[in-house]
Design a protein around this ligand. Structure first.
Ligand code: ASC
Length: 151
């Protein structure tokens, strides 16, 4: 009984200390995860964009809600780009450069996350001009990564 408890505690500790990437059961699950995270992030970023670009009236509370979701989502996709996913060639626009120049890809992801932190701060001010400026810089960081790493 004691041994069984020790073994299960050991297994639980190992599972908790495993990197997130190792928690996907198969590479296709990681692909689905990163595409889902990017899709949700894009949905909420686009809603902010409609306000930033004056296509829908600016609503400070809605802008804050969307920016907060964007910030949370911005942290998630990267775990789904593990090396085990490099071999997936269908159903993805990911370029091999992601894994061949992974430092550059990581830098691009960090640039985007840093812009998103600023976007969230701008949304909290409730000032449309600040949201507009931060939205533009964030969109540029999305585009930079897409240009370099997405087909
Ligand atoms: C979006 C969205 C992106 C970025 C990108 C910015 O709204 O879904 O991927 O903005 O188009 O250039």
């Amino acid at each position: 009984m004691k041994l069984a408890l020790l073994l299960s505690l050991g297994a639980a500790t190992m599972a908790l200390s495993m990197p997130v990437a190792a928690q996907f059961q198969k590479p296709e699950d990681a692909l689905k995860y990163r595409q889902s995270a990017l899709s949700v992030m894009g949905t909420h970023f686009s809603r902010l964009g409609l306000m930033a670009n004056g296509r829908v009236p600016f609503d400070a509370r809605l802008a804050q809600e969307n920016a907060a979701i964007v910030e949370t989502m911005s942290k998630l996709p990267w775990a789904g780009f593990g090396p085990e996913t490099e071999r997936i060639t269908s159903g993805t626009k990911a370029r091999p450069d992601i894994w061949m120049d992974n430092a550059k890809f990581k830098q691009a992801s960090e640039n985007m996350m840093a812009e998103v932190v600023k976007l969230n701060a701008a949304a909290k001010t409730g000032n449309l001009d600040q949201v507009r400026a931060a939205f533009g810089s964030t969109a540029a960081s999305c585009k930079a990564c897409h240009d370099a790493f997405r087909n």
